[in-house]
Design a binder for this molecule. Structure first.
Ligand SMILES: *Cc1c(COP(=O)(O)O)cnc(C)c1O
Length: 378
């Protein structure tokens, strides 16, 4: 099955009993048993729900893993994956990891003595140097948020295998349409499905795919024990979004490439970060492991004042946290998604006050370009 076909025919399609073409929303908490322990595969919806299961099968198929799991948000997914570790374990993270993940690690999981190191994983030597005797996992984002830095998945996977580390990849930015980390040796792939997978700014969800039966059992144990599961309505909405992921990503890709060319010509714009650009430091590695550059671009408009002017005047770019939607979104990482990261740390990472991040949507590209040009003129 090819990629766009799999988005539509993967997982469990429709309903055998009624012939319904879309998977029904099983709005149910518990299931009748014919005798104690005699049931049709479902007992209680925290443990398992047929609509959620259809979604879990779908994400498993499109990431090419062993089992899928659906959580109430991306952060619930990340937290549940991290709960598979124990006090005293050490995990290596990409240094410009998603702000919420950084907060979870530095303000919540630190209470449970999960030890972490943040390194620039775009150089695999940094990962190697950070390995300690208690290191249990490497957790990577590629491309990263908001500087679109690239990590070589294959290289990290070989290192992880050598040292018996679980290799975890947050694949939110690329989506399974462009990048499948399990094919490159990852053990666990996770998503904020709130972004491209849902795609319509109408659902908050997280998805995880693991590549072995052992990891599947361990993660299901955490899911069932801690209970941050996705409800049936949201599971259904997410399946609906995923059906059009391919066609959305193709269109977003072409819009984004054109918008990048436009930015390159704009005198007030500098430092364009986009992995599809040959001048991007990670371009070659990204091209090796992903089929598209994605729809995220960051660039510098010079100052916080210019960023403010842009935000005041734009008509078609919605000022909002989040990304990956049908509508183009814009954010200023220093004041929004990365505000929870201390200012000194932001400076270290290159997240300046004039840095703007856009998520290109499905509008007519000419409208997006005209809008941007008029907004910067003021
Ligand atoms: C948004 C995001 C998350 C968190 O997901 P939520 O659905 O908001 O909880 C994690 N990782 C990345 C890369 C994200 O963009």
């Amino acid at each position: 099955m090819r990629r766009k076909t799999k988005l539509i025919h993967g997982g469990i399609t429709g309903d055998e009993q009624t012939g319904a073409v879309s998977v029904p929303i099983y709005q149910v908490s518990t299931y009748k048993q014919d005798g104690v322990g005699q049931h049709k595969g479902y007992e209680y919806s925290r443990t398992g729900n047929p609509t959620r299961f259809a979604l879990e099968e779908l994400i498993k198929d499109i990431e090419g893993g062993h089992a899928g799991f659906a959580f109430a948000s991306g952060m619930a997914a990340i937290n549940s994956v991290l709960m598979m570790f124990k006090s005293g374990d050490h995990i290596i993270f990409t240094d410009d990891v998603y702000g919420g993940t950084y907060r979870l690690l530095s303000k919540v999981l630190n209470r449970f003595n999960i030890e972490v190191s943040f390194v620039d994983t775009s150089d695999v030597q940094n990962v190697k140097s950070a390995i300690q005797s208690n290191t249990k996992a490497v957790y990577v984002e590629t491309p990263t948020n908001p500087l679109l830095k690239i990590t070589d998945l294959q290289a990290v996977s070989e290192l992880a295998q050598e040292h018996n580390l679980t290799f975890i990849v947050d694949n939110t930015f690329s989506t399974p349409y462009w990048q499948n980390p399990i094919d490159q040796g990852a053990d666990i792939v996770l998503h904020s499905a709130t972004k491209y997978l849902g795609g319509h700014s109408d659902v908050v969800a997280g998805l995880v795919v693991v590549n072995s039966q052992q990891l599947a059992e361990e993660l299901h144990f955490v899911l069932n024990s801690s209970g941050a599961v996705l409800g049936p309505q949201d599971s259904w909405l997410l399946m609906r979004g995923i059906k059009t992921l391919g066609i959305r990503m193709e269109e977003i890709e072409s819009n984004t490439r054109e918008f990048v060319s436009f930015l390159q010509e704009h005198p007030e714009v500098s430092n364009i970060y986009y992995p599809g650009l040959e001048s991007h430091g990670g371009h070659d590695v990204h091209a090796k492991q992903a089929r598209g550059g994605g729809g995220m671009i960051s660039f510098d408009v010079g100052s916080s004042e210019n960023a403010d002017k842009l935000l005041r005047n734009l008509r078609y770019f919605t000022l909002a946290e989040s990304l990956g939607a049908v509508e183009s979104l814009i954010s200023v990482p220093a004041k929004m998604t990365h505000a929870s990261i201390p200012k000194e740390r932001r400076a270290e990472l290159g997240i300046t006050d004039g840095l703007v991040r856009v998520s290109i949507g499905l509008e007519d590209i000419e409208d997006l370009k005209e809008d941007f040009a008029q907004a910067l003129r003021g």
